[in-house]
Write a protein that binds this ligand. Structure first.
Ligand code: PXL
Length: 265
């Protein structure tokens, strides 16, 4: 039996909705083999003093090499990388690998407010990692921060931002309009020549933790299957929309996207 293979290089989100947990659940749901390299453990809570534990570079490197040597991913994604040294080493390993689909989710701030990328690491993300990507998947805040510009407030402004982001070197740019005001949830895909819009209804819910991770993981899974980037984004958009429509509330603030929704509803 052969199966498409995927790797996520990202943070562990102990509460289960986002990060590595969202990625592995999504990989499983989409029928690909999932592997993980954990960059940091995010476990914010009101009892312990510390909530974020960065892993050593050697530990991150070892996990990626284990995944490469024992299985070999067809596609990989990066999520929370947190520090400049982690971004540098991860970029070097990706650059010298032969993995075909590289999805870079430039994660910066979690839905629950955790800082997931250090301020001083943004420049390294831009110069070292973005140029290696098959596709980058910023939300509006991340796009604005990378470009050092105001937030795009319309699909037209998102298209202009996508053109500028494309000049930083990725093959494709997907800007996600999930937080656009007074508008459907429209995402802009740009490949350097053509703009495509992917639109879905705006779902009225606060339980969207993990939406971005789930979206980029679904793109990674579909790329591993050999889908084109346009096809992968279309399938992933439908997957994450369903996960948001049927989001899970635990009656304690922001709940989780429902990674199993696509097969249940
Ligand atoms: O949703 C972004 C995200 C990514 N990665 C990790 C997270 C979160 C949000 O909480 O914890 C590890």
């Amino acid at each position: 039996m052969s199966i498409p293979r995927t790797l996520t290089i990202a943070g562990s989100a102990a509460q289960g909705s986002a990060g590595i947990q969202a990625d592995l659940k999504t990989f499983q749901e989409l029928d690909v083999y999932g592997m993980s390299a954990i960059t940091a453990i995010v476990a914010n809570n009101s009892t312990t003093e510390q909530g974020i534990f960065t892993q050593q570079i050697e530990a991150i490197e070892a996990q990626i090499h284990a995944s490469f040597e024992h299985v070999g991913p067809d596609a990989l994604k990066t999520g929370m990388l947190f520090t400049e040294p982690i971004i540098k080493r991860t970029s070097e390993i990706i650059a010298s690998s032969s993995v075909k689909g590289i999805v870079v989710d430039p994660v910066m701030i979690g839905k629950m407010g955790s800082q997931l990328l250090q301020d001083e690491a943004i420049e390294t993300l831009i110069t070292h990692l973005l140029p290696l990507a098959t596709i980058i998947t910023p939300n509006l805040q991340e796009a604005a921060r990378i470009l050092d510009e105001p937030l795009p407030q319309s699909p037209e402004a998102m298209e202009a931002a996508a053109c500028k982001l494309h000049q930083l070197g990725p093959d494709y740019v997907l800007i996600k309009g999930g937080s656009l005001k007074n508008h459907a949830a429209v995402d802009i895909l740009y490949d350097g020549s053509t703009v495509k819009r992917f639109e879905s209804e705006r779902v009225n819910t606060i339980h969207t933790s993990g939406a971005g991770c789930t979206y980029s993981a679904a793109i990674t899974a579909e790329l591993a299957k050999g889908k084109t980037v346009e096809e992968a984004v279309g399938i992933a958009k439908a997957f994450v929309t369903s996960a948001i429509q049927h989001a899970l509330s635990f009656n304690r603030g922001i709940g989780s996207t429902n990674h199993a929704a696509h097969r249940k509803y």
